[in-house]
Design a binder for this molecule. Sequence first.
Ligand SMILES: [Zn+2]
Length: 64
Amino acid sequence: MDGVLNEATNKVHKHELGETDFRTYCGAASHVSHDSLRLISVERATRESSASRCSQCFGDADGP
Ligand SMILES: [Zn+2]
């Protein structure tokens, strides 16, 4: 699954399908500098960067 990693907050969001820009389901990234954003698979982001998943995008709240 494609995700958008916000490196400033180390949080990964769900990438909105069909969007080429850094658009996320929750819209949290719309005001974030693109320098801090990276397109990455959600699995990779959580495994390699130990990023936390956005609860709004994924509908769950992963524990810390
Ligand atoms: Zn989100």
